[in-house]
Design a protein around this ligand. Structure first.
Ligand SMILES: C[S@+](CC[C@H](N)C(=O)[O-])C[C@H]1O[C@@H](n2cnc3c(N)ncnc32)[C@H](O)[C@@H]1O
Length: 180
């Protein structure tokens, strides 16, 4: 799960629109897990199940993306795999500053695709002063499975609404299976 590319980040280069879009329960500060990066920190308790997003970026083909640090790939039936690339801070929102957890123990968010957009969902309660860290596991994670079931159940209850949504978690297997 190595990420390549990505310049050293500093708080004074974060665009105003990113600060403006930051939810009240969060702030940006130096990351505890990567000295080169800004991180997203909780200022108060955030409950399990809260969903943040969508992740904003430029829509590009894979061949147009120069760094994989700030991008998510999403499958569009008519166009194939496309990237949402937030490498340019001016094109992204605060979600681009959420760092990668180094292990599933450290992870408190997981990525979720809903209607071709990426959201981060809270996997366990996050306390004030904790850094938000996203990850996904290749093996089945019961907590993620349960959260996806909840997402699907709430979609069903909205099934008559045009906004009905179906959540899908990212895994290496679903991305690679669709590629090969
Ligand atoms: C935005 S996430 C990383 C988040 C975090 N900001 C960081 O790098 O610390 C980017 C990573 O996810 C991977 N990735 C992108 N789309 C994916 C997908 N559909 N399924 C699985 N992994 C994906 C990329 O290859 C890259 O390693």
């Amino acid at each position: 799960m190595a990420c390549t590319g990505g310049a050293v980040e500093s708080l004074d280069t974060i665009p105003a629109h990113v600060w403006k879009g930051l939810p009240d329960c969060l702030h940006l500060g130096p990351s505890a897990i990567n000295p080169n990066r800004v991180g997203v920190w909780a200022t108060r308790a955030i409950p399990k199940g809260k969903k943040f997003g969508p992740f904003v970026g430029e829509k590009k083909k894979r061949s147009q993306v120069t760094s994989n640090v700030y991008m998510w790939e999403v499958y569009f039936p008519a166009r194939g795999w496309m990237c949402v690339d937030a490498t340019d801070p001016m094109k992204g929102n605060w979600l681009r500053y959420v760092n990668w957890a180094r292990s599933s123990e450290e992870q408190n968010l997981f990525p979720l695709e809903i209607n071709r957009a990426i959201y981060y969902k809270v996997l366990r309660p996050i306390g004030p002063g904790e850094e938000l860290l996203v990850w996904y596991t290749v093996e089945d994670n019961p907590e993620i499975t349960a959260a996806l079931e909840e997402e699907r159940a709430s979609s069903l209850s909205r099934k008559n609404s045009p906004k009905a949504k179906r959540g899908e978690a990212f895994t290496y297997s679903n991305r690679d299976a669709a590629r090969h």
